[in-house]
Ligand binder design. Sequence first.
Ligand SMILES: O=C(O)C(=O)C[C@]1(C(=O)O)C=C[C@@H](O)C=C1
Length: 434
Amino acid sequence: MQAISPSSPLKSLVPTRRRLARLTPNKLILHCIYRSDSVHFSNGVGSSRADWQSSCAILASKVVSQQQPTDISGGDSVGGGGGGGDHVAAVNGHKTSIDLNLIPLNKGSTDDGNSSNNKPMKPLTITDLSPAPMHGSQLRVAYQGVPGAYSEAAAGKAYPNCEAIPCDQFEVAFQAVELWIADRAVLPVENSLGGSIHRNYDLLLRHRLHIVGEVQLPVHHCLLALPGVRKEYITRVISHPQALAQCELTLTKLGLQAAREAVDDTAGAAEYIAANNLRDTAAIASARAAELYGMQILADGIQDDSSNVTRFVMLAREPIIPRTDRPFKTSIVFAHDKGTSVLFKVLSAFAFRNISLTKIESRPHRNRPIRLVDDANVGTAKHFEYMFYVDFEASMAEVRAQNALAEVQEFTSFLRVLGSYPMDMTPWCPSRGD
Ligand SMILES: O=C(O)C(=O)C[C@]1(C(=O)O)C=C[C@@H](O)C=C1
């Protein structure tokens, strides 16, 4: 993975809502150019506004080349060569430039050296249909935080050769993908000790991106301070709220008389201490952050449980085509006008089909957080309303999953499939130093 090390991470790039509605994807990119004055990279993308603009322009031109021509006789050709010759087929509602109606014939020689004009080539596989990276061969992956953050490590685990793009907020990572600045976003959704990262559940609903994968990252925290600083000098520990929560017991056991303070990300905490030469402050962050920002490790492995794991999801503009040849997970979100009363019915749609649930989360219903139930005799009950997020162990390519969702739809007033994606099946390896 190649990390872009920014002097400041990507900041909000959102055009106004009114403008957004009127813009086509390539215009959106151009628009972001005018809004990105605050973004400048010290390497990778470029250090000046002009570099940034040309980088956006490359992305914009790719957007154009990805768009399907509405007029075959003219306009932008698909694939850069064939004019109207490239075929466009729809797979699960997604356009691909591969003609699925024609089996390509092998015009060259066969493996044994004989030429063969009519022998069919290897059939297309599902991977032939996955969208290619948008620029060069490197996928650009947005994450929240600065280099050294666990989210950067998760991006590297998910896409080993990616170019990691730091963003200062979770929302900016969503926007980076929506505006074609990045191809994917990798975002934490839950931790085995700290629980759900609610902000990202809310953002999943507010944005139109699709979950295309998950990675589970063992998280090994260190207590970092400036070189020469001793534990006794520390009056303040700063980190991401999740990291503070994951180390709470150990911090107390270490006997630190220190206030806890939340900041945007773990590595950002280390960077802040180093930049401001704070000799009374420690950060909870990774060993890589210590290395990057010249900090010493005061205590290693300070998470309250050695099997501390954070689950991240990968997001893309397009969903992937679900498969059945490996374990898949599907994430949905639903709500009902009658509130929680339907929950049992919904969950039984999975139980009857032997589909295991791996996660259930509820969040306030943003549009209608409270439902009033008036009873003239006893008064007015105020029920809180929720959105329910459920992950289940099945692929949307399986009939049992499709039937379960058809049934869920009957019991709900709102249902959205956030994504159907391969489960992270990497062998278990408890948290350890990097
Ligand atoms: O601050 C970071 O380093 C992050 O990547 C964020 C984050 C999180 O949001 O949970 C990721 C993994 C750890 O659980 C702690 C913090």
